[in-house]
Design a protein around this ligand. Structure first.
Ligand SMILES: *Cc1c(COP(=O)(O)O)cnc(C)c1O
Length: 476
């Protein structure tokens, strides 16, 4: 053992092996236990959090007790987002190869912000972006960016559109999106300098999709008042109900009126991988830019989002930069260079997580998994629809459906309360975790099947629990 104040920070090869084995063993045991863990751990942890506040240790402590606390106490105090019963929010699961990729990235610690210091590694990331481009049927002019998530993807897209269409005159620029758009759209607009009163919320139709007539009307109205409509953000699968906006007509309108069309495909875009499902996302390849979230629809662990920009030059124009200490770069854009296409300079190596995962599984298996999730959701929605008291508000357009409870004489308030209780009651049973959403005045229950670990038996359990809990609630 080295003395506490030794300046040597390296661990010995034997220590590293032992620590690595111990972590790996616990992680694998954790994955093995996922099917039997409650779908939602105990989230009432304020007392625990207060007790956890601590100064950093002056002297290092042993790994094992820390792992005991992590795996035994702290990880269980969370929603079991990696488990098969996670049908809440938008699941993904977290494929194992990405964890191996992170271990490789972090132990080799190569610098992938600049292509010339790790050209082959950056090429792997470039390949990943090309794969995304091809799956989405975007043209060769496309450039993209791996981000930490969909929120940063939308942010970068808004900056591209703003620079292209508004230049220095931001104040009158107007962005349009539907009332069902993810809240990251308004947040990203604000971060990108588009103020709150310039984000216009467009009405939705009875299927929760943006209404093209309302959009057209709003654009023309704003033009008449001297404003500058510059961007529409549509959804390829909303978080609340899974609605896919009319992407083709929106692209037509944007082309005619010279607006930037961004599609938020954070939840839905990966279904475009499957030929059979492409008609559900008709028009998606026409967007000026597209958000994808590999940590949802490609089942990766959290921390990987992606953006594609049809005219790659627009993405480069807002991001390129250099410092006097950096080697001069060639003007050629044959090769991808991450820091010239995104806001980060020093960064991790997100490309390897996607690359290694796709290499180990192959595209066919990923497609099969996506098809399975869609099929499970469609079947489950059919069976949930047959449960007494359930009204399906949104059948699955992709792999998410939404519904509410009703009974003779029920008021909206009572239905909302009962539907809320349905979500918590089902979750309390421990087999699946469900969450709902307010859509207008109505609270909708929802089921989203997108974890790669969710298979038939878990969806059966979900339908069974909804049926049992609903029976105790209607008319109560
Ligand atoms: C998850 C989600 C986002 C936000 O993406 P993050 O990866 O959470 O930042 C945006 N839009 C939709 C439709 C989403 O489902």
């Amino acid at each position: 053992m080295l003395p506490d104040d030794s300046s040597n920070l390296e661990f010995s090869p034997e220590e590293m092996r032992q620590m690595g084995r111990s972590v790996l063993e616990r992680a694998i045991r954790h994955i093995e236990s996922l099917p039997t863990q409650p779908a939602c751990g105990d989230l009432n942890a304020d007392e625990l959090c207060r007790a956890l506040v601590e100064p950093p240790p002056e002297s290092g402590v042993a790994l094992e007790p820390l792992l005991d606390s992590l795996f035994g106490e702290w990880i269980p105090r969370s929603a079991t987002a990696a488990g098969p019963g996670y049908l809440a929010y938008i699941p993904g699961g977290g494929l194992f190869p990405a964890a191996l990729a992170d271990l490789i990235s972090n132990t080799t610690n190569r610098y992938t912000g600049l292509r010339h210091v790790a050209p082959a590694l950056v090429q792997l990331e470039s390949n990943v972006l090309d794969w995304l481009r091809d799956w989405m049927l975007f043209p060769p002019t496309t450039r993209g960016l791996l981000t930490v998530g969909g929120s940063m993807s939308i942010f970068n897209a808004i900056v591209c559109a703003r620079e292209r269409h508004l230049g220095p005159n931001l104040r009158n620029g107007v962005l349009y999106t539907s009332s069902q758009a993810h809240h990251s759209v308004a947040k990203s607009a604000r971060l990108a300098g588009i103020l709150h009163d310039r984000v216009k919320v467009v009405d939705i139709d009875e299927h929760f999709r943006l209404r093209i007539d309302s959009l057209e009307h709003a654009i023309h109205d704003d033009r008449r008042h001297g404003l500058v409509p510059f961007m529409v953000v549509s959804s390829a699968g909303t978080t609340n109900t899974g609605a896919v906006d009319p992407l083709d007509p929106i692209s037509d309108l944007c082309a005619r009126d010279e607006l930037w069309h961004h599609i938020d495909g954070a939840y839905g875009a990966f279904f475009h991988l499957c030929d059979e499902l492409r008609p559900l996302l008709s028009g998606l390849p026409r967007a000026d830019s597209l958000t994808l979230d590999p940590h949802k629809g490609l089942f990766l662990p959290y921390g990987t989002g992606a953006l594609l920009v049809r005219d790659g030059k627009a993405l480069r124009a807002v991001n390129q930069g250099t410092g006097s200490y950096m080697p001069s770069r060639s003007g050629s854009d044959e090769f991808y260079d991450p820091s010239q296409y995104g806001p980060d300079l020093t960064r991790g190596f997100p490309g390897l997580r996607v690359w290694l995962t796709v290499q180990l599984l192959g595209v066919k298996r990923l497609k099969a998994a996506l098809l399975e999730k869609r099929r499970l959701a469609v079947e489950a929605a059919g069976r949930v629809a047959a449960i007494p008291g359930i009204v399906i508000d949104a059948p699955p357009q992709l792999s998410l459906f939404a519904f509410h409870l009703t009974w003779p004489g029920a008021t909206l308030d009572k239905e909302n309360l009962a539907t809320r209780q349905l979500m918590t009651g089902v979750t309390a049973r421990g087999r699946v975790m469900l969450t709902g959403a307010m859509v207008g005045e109505r609270y909708l229950g929802r089921v989203c099947v997108l974890s790669f670990r969710t298979h038939q038996e878990r969806v059966d359990a979900c339908v069974e629990d909804i049926r049992d809990v609903a029976a105790t609630l209607i008319g109560a």
